[in-house]
Design a protein around this ligand. Structure first.
Ligand code: IMP
Length: 174
């Protein structure tokens, strides 16, 4: 059995979100941005972020399938839930929970770019640069973390642990 151990506390998360929100607010205050959450993992981060941001904005979601079950990417990516909002000419800010290999994000950013948004930027709460297979520029990065699988605060392992309020890593029991 795995045992979740706290790695980044809820207090550290909310302090970092306040910093990120300050930067995003400066850049988007009068632009009515469209925030696109990448399902499922980003929904907790997105919902905390927009309430701290406190500027007019809209929200949509996109879901791609990249991970099968377990901890490794399958490498095959497809859109399984598309946007419902046209993004042409919009100021788009993509909200992601974690950038790992970067494969799903670079697919999603290319996919969105083809629809001609006025601007396209990325905010990601967690970044695991040591795992990167393709470069991804994170405009608003939260925390850089080492190569460990993390859960909680929206992140899952086989659909478990999303509800944990802190970001945890999984440790095998003795
Ligand atoms: P990438 O395409 O490898 O960058 O994968 C990004 C997606 O993989 C994220 O949106 C997560 O859903 C998932 N993922 C990557 N690393 C972790 C992790 O440590 N814990 C939970 N999910 C992860």
């Amino acid at each position: 059995m795995e045992n979740p151990r706290v790695f980044i506390t809820r207090q550290q998360i909310s302090a970092r979100i306040a910093d990120l929100a300050e930067q995003i607010r400066q850049d988007y205050r009068h632009k009515n941005p469209l925030l696109i959450g990448i399902l499922k993992g980003s929904f907790v981060f997105l919902s905390d972020l927009i309430r701290v941001l406190d500027i007019p904005l809209e929200v949509d979601f996109i879901r791609v399938s990249s991970y099968g079950s377990g901890k490794e990417s399958s490498g095959k990516i497809e859109v399984v839930h598309d946007l419902t909002t046209p993004i042409e000419g919009r100021e788009v800010l993509v909200i992601e929970d974690i950038v790992d290999t970067g494969l799903s994000l670079s697919f999603i950013l290319d996919y969105l770019r083809q629809r001609n948004p006025a601007s396209l930027r990325l905010c990601a709460l967690l970044d695991k640069p040591s795992r990167r297979k393709t470069p991804v520029h994170i405009d608003y990065p939260g925390f850089t973390i080492p190569d460990r699988f993390v859960v909680g605060y929206g992140l899952d392992f086989d659909e478990r642990y999303r509800y944990l309020p802190d970001i945890c890593y999984l440790e095998e029991d003795e």
